[in-house]
Ligand binder design. Structure first.
Ligand code: MRU
Length: 343
């Protein structure tokens, strides 16, 4: 089984140690967080990113403040919860994890740090287990179409999750089963999750990968025997619409035009059963500096305007399958999604 050794979220001596993804692939450096505020800042500034990873870190962030406030009123953790909830708006895993912690806290009047640490560990390990299960389910879908090449967008691997990955987990498991021959990784402008992170993970695992410019996807679908486009998600709504990294929507349009199948892989913690459709998903807009500079280096004339929405919504109608740890929803729509809620 191909499973990356990257361990980007670690709980060590009552601290949260995070691989600083801003410096990959050049440097492998770690930062250590001791408070919820530091974790919120790490999420905001993209030290750690990827929907499931953000949720896991938020839970550990709550545990850090619980350690400082152990034995005191649970009401004192409201500030930490609000700070973490304000760190990034789109990935619902963040709010899902915070809600799990809130529910736990609501059962007591005093903070028990050990309970919160244990819950954060559980959220972390359940995510890894979900990814391993989705890897197997997704590989079964790949088997239906036979071995071939795949294309992926953004980073959905060990760096974005509790381990193994969602879309990248399916690719890892599929490669181990000889169902994935070659991976084409969109570079994923502007933050370059594809080139800086996905190519790095696959290269470490010796899985054959070629980096491509985002704009090359349609050309590859026409010329390179691409069987599947496989992506993750930041929020999936009741009707099966999927918010994911900007560029996912155009990948799905291209896939449908070229007869390439489109798979979304996400744990049920990414499903927002309270939201009816993708139209209501808050889309994060980040600084245009991410477009106009690479580190300090200018990529555009100074003073030019820029617009940087970092997620988009792919309508359910363009998706062939949503793979979760609780099962696969083919041609997602209200009914199939609702069935997942009750499993
Ligand atoms: O801005 P990011 O890097 O947090 O965006 C990440 C993505 O869009 C991923 O595809 C998504 O979170 C799924 S990660 C398993």
């Amino acid at each position: 089984m191909h499973s990356s050794s990257v361990n980007c979220i670690r709980w060590e001596n009552n601290r949260l140690v995070l691989l600083d993804q801003r410096h990959l692939p050049v440097e492998e450096t770690y930062i250590s967080c001791e408070t919820a505020a530091e974790v919120a800042e790490a999420i905001k500034s993209m030290v750690v990113r990827g929907a499931p990873a953000i949720g896991i870190c938020a839970a550990y962030g709550m545990a850090l403040d619980a350690l400082r406030l152990h034995g005191q009123s649970t009401a004192l953790l409201t500030a930490a919860q609000e700070m973490l909830a304000a760190s990034r708006p789109t990935a619902v895993n963040l709010f899902w994890a915070l809600e799990r912690i809130r529910r736990l806290l609501s059962q007591a009047s005093e903070i028990d740090a050990n309970l919160l640490i244990a819950e954060a560990h559980t959220i972390h390990s359940q995510d890894l287990q979900a990814n391993l299960a989705m890897g197997e389910s997704g590989a079964r879908l790949l088997a239906e179409t036979g071995p071939g090449n795949v294309i992926t967008h953004c980073n959905t691997g060990s760096l974005a999750t509790g381990g193994h990955g969602t879309a990248l987990g399916v690719i890892r498991t599929g490669y181990a089963q000889d169902l994935v021959r070659h991976v084409y990784a969109d570079e994923t402008r502007p933050w370059l999750q594809g080139s800086r992170l996905t190519a790095w993970e696959l290269h470490q695992d010796n899985i054959p990968v070629s980096l491509i410019a985002d704009g090359a996807a349609a050309h590859l679908m026409k010329t390179k025997n691409i069987r599947w486009a496989i992506v993750g998600a930041d929020r999936i709504t009741r009707n099966g619409d999927v918010a994911n990294k900007i560029g996912t929507y155009s990948l799905a349009v291209n896939a449908r035009f070229h007869g390439v199948k489109f798979m979304v892989v996400a744990p049920t913690s990414t499903i927002d059963f309270a939201m009816e459709s993708g139209e209501s998903i808050p889309i994060e807009e980040r600084s245009a500096d991410e477009l106009k500079h690479y580190r300090e280096y200018p990529l555009a004339p100074s003073g030019v305007d820029g617009f940087n929405p970092v997620f988009d919504v792919t309508p359910a109608a363009l998706i062939d399958a949503i793979v979760t740890e609780k099962g696969i929803v083919k041609c997602p729509a209200e009914q199939g999604m609702a069935a997942l809620e009750n499993r």
